[in-house]
Write a protein that binds this ligand. Structure first.
Ligand SMILES: [Zn+2]
Length: 66
């Protein structure tokens, strides 16, 4: 019974923490500036690209998102 309870707790922890979404992105600021003043960031780890206003940096990995 304790074993089952432990498995449930581990399962719940995995669901809450979602480790597969926590891939470390290495964001590099791209030299190309977008026309509207935003700066393009490219992830060296997964290749994701995102554009953010100047002065901001992306924190989350965008792998798998469109
Ligand atoms: Zn990434």
């Amino acid at each position: 019974m304790i074993l089952v309870l432990g498995l449930l707790i581990v399962f719940a922890l995995i669901l809450v923490m979602q480790p597969w979404k926590r891939r470390d992105c290495r964001w590099r600021q791209d030299a190309r500036k977008l026309a509207d003043g935003r700066v393009l960031f490219t992830c060296a780890a997964c290749g994701a690209e995102t554009a953010l206003p100047k002065g901001r940096a992306p924190r989350h990995c965008l792998a798998g998102e469109t």
